[in-house]
Design a protein. Sequence first.
Length: 198
Amino acid sequence: MTVYGLPAPALPNLATVDQLSAFMQQTIAADDPAATFLLTVASGMIRRAIDQVITVVPGDLEYVDPVNGSFASLKECPVLSVDLVEISSDGGLTWSAVPPSAYKVSRRTGTIKARPGTGVRWPTDEESWRVTYGHGYITVPPELAGVCTGLAGRYYATPIAVDMERIGQRQVKYNIESAGFTAMESMALAAYRLARSA
């Protein structure tokens, strides 16, 4: 999440230590620093991979670039609420609130479309629309929590850069891609990228 001129707030992990413990089938203390750190790193990797915050952020402020003054796409999805839409025709020196009746919002894709015939003169310049909105999943989708625990669990259980482990007569090789995700994890993340652009 980008907040102009302000430090980004800390975001919650996409999975808990309890979930990691269940995934690993072993007891992990809730305050285990390694587990917490790895879940934080995995959460960040997932957010970067799909370019979404994922967890709920209320009242986020975003400057968006309109397309022909008719619609604009918000960066984060799903949209939980649109609190305020403002427009500026003087390069951001002054902003005017737009009544909700003058636009419609797709909560799934994050698209804001100007309604014709409302009397609003929508500007076309870059960052001439400003939106305050809430976004994210109230509950982290299970597949994203699974990717988080899987990624964190691999590094928790094995030394860095090891892609194969042997336990007794059982041998497991992780098919890790260059980004650090398995093929199945990459498919799960791709589905969220596609859903965002659909």
